[in-house]
Design a protein around this ligand. Structure first.
Ligand code: PLP
Length: 414
């Protein structure tokens, strides 16, 4: 008898994903047999400007104290339907969008998003930070939830156009060192109940204020997840920025907040591997065990099991550390458990820890609580460790134009 018990060699979720991207690209390149639909085309943009005097720009503190996110004067929208493809992109006054109560997104979480910032440099210039990576990730997330594909370069152009229009007023040159937050999103809008890939979608982009969250007083305090709640699982969609990852995480986050912590450190599996901190990637600087070489290491969870988000900040931290701390700090991406962290703490080997993501930027972590055990991490001078501070200032220099670098994409303003 032939046995079929051997597991398939390939990772099926990866295969499925690549398959869809291939199909989408074939469509975009016009090399598919599928009838050619209208591709997303930023050059077709139709602009309707708001009255520039209708709204005044609040100062940062007032804007961030509001219970509603304060957006700039304009937004971009592009609608899609399966018959005609992507419609004409519009740049128009910021305001409500209208959906039927039966819209796919409201029932089946056909939503994904991105988050990036636009910076007003100390040289007066407006910059995006590696926006090509956000646009590509938006495509990946979009395809993961069966929404229509697009050429990410077109999304990048729409983002650039929107900040070019709103930059001068909302991120004025007399506020160097400031930023605004850009939120592109894609939703399924088809007004039909039934679990199916929506035949209509909407891509929209807003620009808004967002509080600075990179230096919580006394450092960020993390609480591990309750044993019966996980954020992501192998074969799931933790690697995609889909809305479905976030709503279900809020209960654990609320419980952690009630206990005086800021975010959940999400663990995975019976081994309790450390994965992410809230919606940020998580890093530890520690000294490896003597038996393992005793080197100073910058450690973070790997991407290959698809549990965590491939953060732009994460990638940048790793690339900068490899380039600029070579010989001093070894960069390690591997699975590691909370027990290893607790053991390192007992042996006095933990040097620093931080959370990294667009929203939190690089936020020093001072404490991890795991089922009755506390790990206290030294914060160092000015509440930020030496390496945390170094990496953060390199990134800031690129974002705000103190260092000319290909990651800082200058926007020509209107
Ligand atoms: C957005 C996000 C991050 C950070 O990604 P960046 O590209 O650095 O902003 C990390 N983890 C999760 C779960 C996220 O949603």
């Amino acid at each position: 008898m032939v046995s079929h018990s051997e597991p398939p060699k390939e990772d099926l979720s990866a295969v499925a994903l690549e398959h869809t991207i291939d199909e989408a690209n074939a469509l975009i390149n016009g090399t598919s047999d599928v009838p050619k639909i209208q591709e997303l085309d930023a050059s077709k943009l139709v602009v309707t400007l708001a009255d520039p005097n209708a709204r005044q720009v609040p100062d940062e503190a007032t804007a961030n104290a509001a219970s509603e996110t304060i957006c700039t004067d304009h937004m971009v929208t592009v609608s899609y339907n399966v018959e005609s493809g992507w419609g004409v992109p519009e740049l128009k006054p910021y305001g409500p969008i209208s959906l039927m109560p039966t819209a796919s997104v409201l029932h089946y979480a056909t939503e994904c998003f991105e988050g990036l910032k636009v910076f007003r440099g100390f040289d007066g210039k407006l910059r995006l930070f590696r926006p090509n990576l956000n646009a590509k990730r938006l495509l990946m997330s979009t395809l993961r939830i069966a929404l229509p594909g697009f050429d990410p370069v077109e999304v990048e152009k729409l983002i650039a156009k929107l900040v070019a229009v709103d930059g001068a007023k909302w991120l004025p040159k007399d506020r160097p060192g400031s930023f605004l937050y850009i939120r592109p999103a894609v939703i399924g809008t088809q007004p039909q109940l039934g679990v199916q890939a929506p035949k209509q979608a909407l891509l929209f982009i807003t620009v808004s204020f967002m509080p600075r969250m990179d230096s919580p007083a006394g450092g960020m305090r993390l609480h591990t997840n309750p044993e019966d709640m996980i954020r992501a699982w192998v074969g799931g969609f933790g690697y995609a920025k889909v809305g479905a990852n976030y709503g279900p995480s809020l209960l654990a986050t609320n419980e952690a907040r009630a206990r005086g912590f800021h975010q959940i450190l999400w663990l995975y599996g019976k081994e309790a591997y450390c994965t992410e901190a809230g919606a940020s990637n998580f890093f530890i600087v520690w000294r490896a065990k003597e038996s393992e070489g005793g080197k100073l290491q910058l450690l973070t969870a790997p991407l290959d099991d698809k549990l965590i988000l491939d953060g732009v900040t994460r990638r940048s931290v790793l690339e900068l550390a490899k380039a600029r701390l070579a010989g001093e700090v070894e960069v390690v991406e591997r699975r590691y458990t909370i027990d290893e962290v607790i053991e390192a703490d007992k042996e006095g080997r933990i040097v620093e820890a931080f959370a990294a993501g667009t929203a939190f930027f690089i936020a020093p972590v001072s404490q991890i609580h795991h089922r009755g055990t506390d790990v206290h991490i030294p914060l160092g001078e000015n509440d930020s460790g030496v390496y945390t501070t170094k990496i953060k200032s390199w990134m800031k220099d690129i974002m705000y134009g103190n260092e000319q670098h290909e990651w800082g994409v200058v926007i020509n303003e209107e």
